[in-house]
Design a binder for this molecule. Structure first.
Ligand SMILES: Nc1ncnc2c1ncn2[C@@H]1O[C@H](COP(=O)(O)OP(=O)(O)OP(=O)(O)O)[C@@H](O)[C@H]1O
Length: 894
């Protein structure tokens, strides 16, 4: 530079100048030399980047005129140059609206203007109005022009044969950059280049030191990270020192590796303001969504220009961030020893934010980030396992105390609803048939106001092969059903109506099992639930239900045993009383024959006969001679039951079936399963009960009152009546269809008066029994008494004889029974006959009818009734009673 200046002076003024001019020139030369010398001295000391340009400008401005200077640097990788050293104070464009954009912009190296500069070995001068509008010309030319700049001097800065950047000098005058100016700038350019190189190196060193320092503190902080919040702090306060991102997200893969969802979300995200944000950060996304899979394929962090994506096809989180202003993102799948589970995503609102340095930093911290995230996950898992454990422990304690369904309902509702915010939709239990499931327990509130639909749902059992039920029963784990999706698929099941009504996202179906045995299904409604916990809860509920059911069975069995016990006692009593059937007369022989024909079959038997003829005795004889003899014969006295209880007596009832049904009750039909049911006094059964009885006899199936399940029964029916059923049918009191069902095998028991030959053996039999019972010595009956007994009509049949003998034995003190107290002595009747002459015919008829009714124990019609004895129709007897004003008290009082 010095040489070139002296050359100019010497060559242009070859010794013709005056001394003064020469002195002036020498002085000027000295000044110039000094400025340049100072400049080159100062340049070597410059450490801060903008100091260099300020220093350079102030020194050169001492020699030449120009407005301001800047240095731009070449970025080889993307073939651009970008502002590096700026002299803000001198810049006339600093107030221009595009200034801040310009000082960060990257200008292309591939255009004529800069190519001319690159091709030159020294400063190149341009008039802005000539070049600024040429195709490809950089924007800064026009901006400078708009702020009054007219000329630019561009000098390539070279270091080790390579152009590293450009020195830009601007002037608001034309012709500012003369030959001398250019020569000086050309001369000083190498020093500027080396100063810039030094600054770059220093900056690089400082940057590296800073990066190392930040990364070191980051890594120290990351070691102490315990939860997601801590990690977010580290990323935001640490990583933001090195990378200019706006906000971050971390994701985690699910166990199957098929979906990912948010692991960590940054509160700085402007996407938070959108209503769909919660959905965006809680949704799982398939890994092949065009974003995640891109990152997964690359080992390096992947920078994505968000603008280049079709916004209608990107995942929701991407779309929300884009709409909120994000334009660039970098995503890195974090390395892991096993499956890479986590990823980090950084967003920026400007393109080209994530440069090589950012990528390098992300790479450097990715393994630490991964470790921290994994540690947090592991930590969370331990915590949640501990929580699960203590939760299940509490739950199992609650469940352990459960004895009844009510207890279980309380325990479940307190845990599910209050603690986990889950709604119990339904527990269904597999029925004994193994093919259907009936409702066992449900949240009543869910069905509030919807009883008709619920009743319809609950009245029908669900088959084990119903679509969702089968899925759940066949799965080892709880199955999740998205309610909206089920609806969309067109699932028209009734339960879906209630699922939708609950307003929750998912239905969880889990099999209730004890060991490998399916017990039923549990249906819960909630948005989200920990599946491990759910499995634990199911296991506990399964055990509880199986215990409750076992308990119920024990109770039922106990009840059964108690009832059986009562029957047994009754039977022992009966056996004691009727160890044998007495009577070998012709009539009874016929009966025995019939018993032998029917006993072994399953056929229904209808025993007909007057009261006290021994129908029950015969019924037991048939049962005892049948293959069912090892089980108890169950007896129901249809006349002794109030009409409203007869059904529950016969078929049983469920708890709560009607007011007063405080417990489940097993009906006589169920008790008589595989045995005989003796329906005594069947003629007294109300019509309504007759219908149900007929149905059960025909279908061999019954339902308990208030019950929903059918119970199969195998019962042999023996019915008995002292009424004339055919007459009852005519009178509309007995159903003919039931009669035909029962009348399969009728056996008529003869009245005692028709088998006089049996009277003496029976009387002797009873004497033996009651004399022994009462501690008397009576062992025979006098012929006179036998004769009296034979002459009597016995309206009460064998029972009457039995009672008479019992009474007489008690009154006798001898060994021979010489006297019996028959209701009316025949001799007395003879005495009465003496008085007949003194009475009117009506009076005689009246007392005769009363006497006969008395003998028939008040029975007016039917077999053994007064009408039969009088040989008049029952209707005639009724009108006579009315006419003669005979009152009940007259024949019942005796
Ligand atoms: N052949 C018989 N041998 C011994 N005892 C008999 C005989 N027939 C009936 N009895 C006795 O007579 C009583 C009445 O019998 P049972 O109760 O079987 O008659 P029933 O026809 O069922 O009467 P009801 O129609 O009033 O119920 C019984 O206590 C039984 O001891």
């Amino acid at each position: 530079m010095k040489n070139s200046k002296s050359e100019i002076v010497v060559e242009s003024q070859p010794g013709n100048n005056s001394i003064d001019t020469l002195r002036d020139q020498i002085e000027s030369y000295e000044r110039e030399r000094k400025i340049l010398l100072d400049l080159s001295n100062d340049i070597t000391k410059v450490r801060k980047k903008n100091d260099l340009i300020a220093l350079f400008s102030s020194r050169i401005k001492g020699l030449f005129y120009f407005t301001h200077a800047i240095v731009t640097l070449i970025d080889e990788t993307n073939e651009t140059y970008t502002p590096f050293l700026l002299d803000h104070s001198a810049s006339p464009i600093k107030n221009h609206s595009e200034y801040s954009e310009l000082i960060q912009a990257h200008f292309s190296l591939n255009e004529p203007f800069i190519n001319q500069v690159l091709g030159s070995d020294g400063p190149e001068c341009f008039l802005l109005d000539e070049i600024m509008d040429k195709p490809g010309s950089p924007k800064f030319l026009r901006v400078n022009y708009e702020e009054g700049i007219r000329e630019i001097l561009m000098t390539p800065l070279r270091s080790k044969m390579q152009t590293i950047g450009f020195l830009h000098m601007y002037s608001d005058r034309k012709d500012s950059f003369g030959a001398e100016f250019k020569t000086i700038i050309k001369g000083i350019a190498p020093q500027i280049s080396s100063a810039v190189s030094n600054i770059i190196k220093n900056e690089e060193i400082a940057y590296k030191e800073n990066v190392n320092e930040v990364l070191l503190s980051l890594s120290n902080e990351m070691v102490t990270v315990r939860d997601r919040k801590d990690l977010l702090k580290v990323i935001n306060f640490g990583l933001k020192k090195l990378i200019p991102f706006t906000h971050s997200v971390m994701t985690v893969l699910d166990d199957s590796g098929e979906t990912y969802n948010a692991f960590l979300t940054d509160d700085d995200s402007r996407a938070k303001e959108f209503s769909k944000y919660t959905e965006a950060i809680s949704n799982p996304y398939p890994v092949n969504d065009g974003i995640y899979d891109k990152a997964a394929q690359s080992e390096k962090p992947v920078v994505l220009n968000m603008k280049s994506f079709d916004i209608s096809k990107v995942p929701l989180w991407f779309r929300l961030n884009y709409v909120a202003g994000a334009r660039e993102m970098v995503i890195k799948i974090l390395p892991d020893e096993g499956i890479a589970k986590h990823s980090i995503i950084l967003f920026a609102n400007k393109e080209n934010t994530f440069d090589k340095k950012s990528i390098n930093i992300i790479e450097r911290i990715s393994s630490q980030l991964s470790t921290a995230a994994s540690n947090i996950s592991a930590n969370e898992e331990i915590l949640s396992k501990e929580e699960e454990k203590s939760f299940l422990l509490d739950f199992s304690q609650d469940i352990a105390g459960v004895r009844t369904k009510d207890d279980l309902e309380k325990a479940i509702s307190s845990v599910l609803q209050s603690v986990l915010n889950i709604r119990l939709s339904m527990i269904r239990i597999i029925e004994d048939d193994g093919l259907t499931l009936s409702p066992y327990m449900y949240d009543k509130h869910m069905f509030y106001g919807e009883e008709p639909i619920f009743k319809e749902l609950a009245s029908k059992n669900i088959g084990i092969d119903e679509y969702l039920t089968a899925k759940v029963l066949n799965s080892k784990h709880p199955v999740i059903f998205n309610i909206e999706e089920e609806d969309r698929k067109g699932n028209s099941a009734k339960y879906l109506y209630f699922w939708k009504k609950a307003g929750l996202k998912n239905a969880y179906g889990a099999a209730l099992r004890v060991g490998n045995q399916n017990l039923g299904t549990l249906w819960l409604l909630t948005d989200e639930v920990n599946l491990t916990l759910l499995k634990g809860i199911c296991a506990q509920i399964s055990i509880a239900i199986s215990n409750i059911r076992a308990n119920e069975k024990v109770l039922t069995y106990k009840q059964l045993l108690e009832v059986e016990n009562d029957h047994l006692k009754e039977q022992i009593q009966t056996i004691y009383n009727f160890s044998e059937i007495v009577g070998n007369g012709e009539e009874m022989q016929k009966v025995y024959h019939l018993i032998s024909l029917v006993a072994e079959s399953k056929s229904s038997v209808l025993l007909l006969g007057e009261t006290g003829t021994g129908k029950e005795l015969i019924a037991r004889a048939i049962h005892n001679a049948s293959p069912r003899k090892n089980k108890l014969m169950i007896k129901v006295n249809c006349a002794a039951l109030p009409a409203n209880l007869i059904e529950s007596e016969l078929f049983g009832h469920e708890k709560g079936a009607f007011t007063g049904a405080t417990d489940r009750r097993i009906g006589k039909f169920e008790l008589a399963n595989n045995s005989t049911l003796f329906l005594d006094e069947i003629g007294e059964m109300p019509l309504e009960a007759q219908v149900k009885l007929l149905r059960v006899i025909q279908e061999k199936e019954l339902e308990r009152v208030g019950g929903k399940t059918t119970i199969s029964v195998d019962v042999r029916i023996i019915a008995a009546t002292n009424r004339d059923l055919e007459e009852e049918i005519k009178a509309g009191r007995f159903r003919s269809d039931l009669f035909y069902r029962l009348n399969v095998f009728p056996i008529n028991l003869p009245p005692l008066r028709d088998r006089v030959e049996d009277i003496a053996p029976l009387a002797n039999f009873f004497v033996g029994r009651y004399s022994k019972n009462a501690g008397r010595k009576v062992n025979s009956i006098s012929p006179k008494v036998i004769q009296e007994l034979k002459s009597y009509l016995w309206p009460g049949n064998v029972r009457e004889l039995e009672h008479l003998i019992e009474r007489s034995v008690l009154l006798s003190s001898e060994t021979v029974l010489r006297e019996v107290h028959l209701p009316k002595d025949r001799s007395e009747t003879k005495n009465q006959e003496v008085d007949l002459a003194n009475r009117t015919l009506e009076e005689v008829e009246r007392s005769y009818i009363i006497e006969i009714i008395k003998r028939c124990s008040g029975k007016l019609s039917g077999r053994g009734g007064a009408a039969e004895y009088l040989d008049i129709p029952a209707t005639t007897l009724h009108s006579k009673i009315k006419k003669l004003e005979i009152h009940k008290s007259e024949y019942f009082s005796a």
